[in-house]
Design a protein around this ligand. Structure first.
Ligand SMILES: NC(=O)c1ccc[n+]([C@@H]2O[C@H](COP(=O)([O-])OP(=O)(O)OC[C@H]3O[C@@H](n4cnc5c(N)ncnc54)[C@H](O)[C@@H]3O)[C@@H](O)[C@H]2O)c1
Length: 326
C-alpha cells in the first residue's frame, strides 16, 4: 500500500514537493496544509525549476487543510514534507514527530542548534525518519563531483571553487520585511547548500575564513590542512530578478571538472588526454523525494543526508555569521 504523505506549506518549494509526491509510485499525496487563503492563485508563476509542468488540475483534487492537527484527525498521513519559512521549522517538525509522522524538512534545519538536537532526539525516541532536504546532495552534477572527490579517479582534490548567486527572492515570505529577517539571509538560503555539500565530502574544516562580505554577498575560504585542500565558496543575493546560477570548478592532481547550472546536463572535464564531456540527467528534487520515500518504506535512516550533518551545517553557518564584519 502507498504511504500517505502531506505537504505543509504550499509555496515556492511546497508545489515542487507536492508535484514529486504525485509522481512517486510508492507515495500518495493525501493532503496539502497551508494557512493561506486561495493557495492555487498565481500557481502558474510559483516555484523554482522543479515546478515545471505542474499537474495543477490533479493538485486541485487533493484535500486542503489549514492545520496539521485537522489533517491528522481527518486523513492520517504517514509522513509530511515541511516547506514553511525557517522560523516555523522547529515547531512544525516537532508537532509532526510527536504525532508519529516521518518528516522531510526543507533546509535549513532550524535556527538554533538546541532545536536541531531536540528534533534528532525526538525522531530517535519515536523511531521516525527525519531528513533535512539538502537537495544538492541529490543533484546529479554534484553527486558526480562527490564521487570524484571520494574515489580519487583524478587524484586528490586540490581546489574546489563554487558559486551560487541569484536575485534576492521576491516571492512568499520574502515580501514580508518582518519574516524576511528570520530567514537567515543569503548565508542560510543559498550558501548553506555549498557549505553542507563541502562538509559532506570533506568533513570538518579547521580553517574557515571570510574573505569578503558585502551586504548579502559572501566569499568564504575553507582550508583542510590534513589534505592540503582549499575550498572557495562564493555567492549570495544579487539585485532582485537577476538570473540564478550555481557553478563549480574542481581541480584534482590529474584533471579538472567544471559545471554550471546555466548549461545543465553536461560536465566539462579536462585531463592530459584532452577535453571530455560527461552528460548527466535527473532532477535533484525528485531524486531527494525518492530517496526519502525509500527510507520510510525500508525504515532505514537517511544515511546519504543525516540530520546530524544538517545540524553541523547550521553550526558552521552560525560560526561564520558570528565572525562576520558587521
Ligand atoms: N531546497 C531549495 O532549493 C529551496 C528553495 C527555496 C526555498 N527552500 C526552503 O523551503 C522553505 C519554504 O520556502 P518557500 O520559498 O517555499 O516559502 P514560501 O513563502 O513561498 O511558502 C511558504 C508557504 O508556507 C505557508 N505557511 C506558513 N506558515 C504556515 C503554517 N504554520 N502552516 C501551514 N502553512 C504555512 C505559507 O502560507 C506559504 O504558502 C524554506 O525553509 C526555504 O529555506 C528551499
Amino acid at each position: 500500500m502507498k504511504k500517505k504523505m502531506a505537504v505543509i506549506g504550499f509555496g515556492f518549494m511546497g508545489v515542487v514537493h507536492a508535484k514529486n509526491i504525485l509522481l512517486n509510485e510508492t507515495l500518495e499525496l493525501c493532503a496539502i496544509i497551508d494557512n493561506r487563503k486561495n493557495i492555487f492563485d498565481g500557481i502558474e508563476k510559483t516555484g523554482n525549476s522543479g515546478s515545471l509542468d505542474l499537474p495543477v488540475e490533479r493538485l486541485k483534487q487533493v484535500p486542503v487543510y489549514k492545520s496539521l492537527e485537522e489533517c491528522v484527525a481527518k486523513d492520517k498521513p504517514d509522513a509530511v514534507s515541511i516547506c514553511v519559512p525557517l522560523f516555523m521549522h522547529y515547531e512544525l517538525a516537532k508537532k509532526a514527530l510527536t504525532l508519529d509522522l516521518d518528516v522531510l524538512l526543507e533546509k535549513p534545519f532550524c535556527p538554533e542548534i538546541e532545536q536541531c538536537q531536540e528534533l534528532i532526539d525526538l525522531a530517535n525516541e519515536k523511531n521516525k525518519i527525519l531528513m533535512v532536504a539538502h537537495c544538492i546532495r541529490f543533484a546529479p552534477a554534484w553527486e558526480f563531483l562527490a564521487d570524484c572527490i571520494k574515489d580519487r579517479r583524478y587524484g586528490r582534490l586540490k581546489l574546489l571553487s563554487t558559486t551560487r548567486m541569484g536575485g534576492e527572492p521576491t516571492w512568499g515570505v520574502w515580501q514580508d520585511e518582518k519574516i524576511k529577517k528570520t530567514c537567515g539571509g543569503s548565508l542560510l538560503d543559498m550558501l548553506i547548500h555549498d557549505i553542507d555539500f563541502v562538509n559532506s565530502c570533506l568533513g570538518n574544516s579547521d580553517d574557515i575564513k571570510i574573505n569578503l562580505k558585502s551586504d548579502e554577498y559572501w566569499e568564504l575560504c575553507f582550508g583542510y590542512n590534513n589534505d592540503n585542500t582549499k575550498v572557495s565558496i562564493k555567492g549570495g543575493f544579487l539585485h532582485r530578478h537577476s538570473v540564478f546560477a550555481s557553478e563549480y570548478a574542481a581541480t584534482f592532481e590529474c584533471g579538472s571538472i567544471r559545471f554550471n547550472s546555466l548549461q545543465p546536463g553536461v560536465i566539462h572535464i579536462g585531463t592530459d588526454s584532452g577535453p571530455e564531456l560527461v552528460n548527466i540527467s535527473g532532477d535533484l528534487y525528485s531524486n531527494e523525494l525518492n530517496y526519502f520515500s525509500n527510507c520510510i518504506e525500508s525504515r532505514k535512516k537517511p544515511e546519504k543526508c543525516m540530520p546530524h550533518d544538517s545540524m553541523k551545517t547550521i553550526e558552521i553557518c552560525q560560526k561564520i555569521r558570528n565572525s562576520a564584519p558587521q
